[in-house]
Design a protein around this ligand. Sequence first.
Ligand SMILES: c1cc(-c2cnc[nH]2)ccn1
Length: 246
Amino acid sequence: MRVAAISIFPEMFRAITDYGVSGRAVSEGHLVLDCINPRTFTHDRHRTVDDRPYGGGPGMVMKAEPVEAAIDEAVERVGGEAKVICLSPQGRVLDQAMVESLAAEPGLVLLSGRYEGIDERVLESRVDEEISIGDYVLSGGELAAMVLVDAVVRQIPGVLGHSQSAVEDSFADGLLDCPHYTRPEEHRGSRVPEVLLGGDHERIRRWRLKQSLQRTLIRRPELLRERELTAEEQRLLAEIENERPD
Ligand SMILES: c1cc(-c2cnc[nH]2)ccn1
């Protein structure tokens, strides 16, 4: 997958190109990430990318011209067929379904604004979709862009080794993840659940599914309302309800 990130702080993206799953995806060629700086497309002595807002008010606004030139370059780098996304609090909140849909795109251009935002005429004419990673204001779109890339790159076939699986990721099946344990069996007086110490894989699978359902019911019940439950999941939820203290 080809991604072009537009930002006045391109070095920030080293956080995903140089580490972990996304870093390996880059080194193995599953992900190509180009970083494009709107400042490259300025022509004044101070390389100005922002200016004061019409109508007054605090802060500065990113100028349309340098950002649009950066988008043109980014679309070309990605190879033409690119969805142009602006990361902003005004966008649709990212969820796993959107991540899977974005992973199917041939290329993505991710526009990260700074200051008070980007001149609206860029959003109107050049941006296909605005995406938020949550209802809070960040100092810029870069961290949100990296969150999106990290989630999307896990969906690319071959990125996760055999020992990991995007399918078993929590949220991949619409449930919160089950608890995980590793050695030692006893840590500060707390023992690993006995079921995990045996070799009964079917019993372990069922226990993990029940734990995921219980966590989701308690912490994010709205996820269950939106999700079609299998017969087994319905049975396990009934068990959970019967076991709940009055
Ligand atoms: C995506 C982007 C942002 C953001 C961009 N610039 C300031 N905040 C916040 C949440 N999700």
